[in-house]
Design a protein around this ligand. Structure first.
Ligand code: PEP
Length: 249
């Protein structure tokens, strides 16, 4: 069901002690009575600690990645079963850093999405164009194929467990954000593509914006009609900034 989400992607930051102290501070400083789901995606090694600390709160825990296979000889990898067995029900897939540095292809990502859904996990699926695509006005085309190649094979009922994060690559970690108008244009475009493929359920899909969201720009981005919240990188590493972003929605 479509709802407001603020998710923090910690990437390869925060050891166990830092994770524990951030999460305890977050619990104490969490804005009250906000109709927003808060999600934290720590490193694999800290997922169990995070699920324990957050057990009786309404902050959810997500993994930043997972392997597509059920299990087997894949040294260094983590399966969906391993995640759900410690209470992690949400996974981020298709982040641009996974696509860029780890060569994750649309076909591989489709496979990962299928595995996650088979395990009844929720997927936060990232799409977004590079700067060259924006300059050459190919950005909608690029995002369309990212959706088509990894998500449009899914049956309608699977969409209950799909959240999309639109993250223009040129705005990730660069301090440069899409303007509220650019974000709205792309979120509306994404919703329209889902609608062409699946009809009315597009109105129920949660679409997050990611790319240098900070306390001072969050509110204008979140006020756009098709923006349902944010996937936050750098600003999710500081409790004060993160709670300010939660308050902004
Ligand atoms: C991200 O990596 O998903 C992200 C949005 O990072 P940042 O907020 O730092 O741009």
């Amino acid at each position: 069901m479509r709802h407001k989400i603020i998710a923090g992607n910690w990437k390869m930051h925060k050891n166990a002690q830092e994770t524990g102290s951030f999460l305890n501070d977050l619990i104490n400083e969490m804005p009250e009575e906000k109709e927003v789901e808060v999600i934290i995606a720590p490193a694999f090694t800290n997922l169990m600690l995070a699920t324990q600390i957050l057990e009786d709160t309404n902050v959810a825990v997500a993994a930043q990645n997972m392997h597509q296979a059920e299990g087997g000889a894949f040294t260094g990898e983590i399966s969906a079963d391993m995640l759900t067995s410690i209470g992690v029900q949400t996974v981020i897939l298709g982040h641009s850093e996974r696509r860029q540095y780890f060569k994750e292809t649309p076909a591989l990502l489709a496979n990962k999405v299928d595995t996650a859904l088979r395990h009844k996990m929720r997927v936060i699926f990232c799409v977004g164009e590079e700067l060259k695509d924006r300059k050459s006005k190919q950005f909608q085309n690029v995002v369309f194929y990212q959706l088509k190649d990894s998500l449009f094979h899914l049956p309608k009922e699977a969409w209950e467990n799909i959240v999309i994060a639109y993250e223009p690559v040129w705005a990730i970690g660069t301090g440069e954000t899409a303007t509220p108008e650019q974000a709205q244009e792309m979120h509306q475009f994404i919703r329209e593509q889902v609608a062409h493929q699946y009809g009315d359920l597009a109105n129920n899909v949660t679409i997050l914006y990611g790319g240098s969201v900070k306390p001072d720009n969050a509110q204008t981005i979140f006020s756009q009609p098709d923006v349902d919240g944010g996937l936050i990188g750098g600003a999710a590493l500081n409790v004060g900034d993160f709670t300010a972003i939660i308050s902004a929605i």
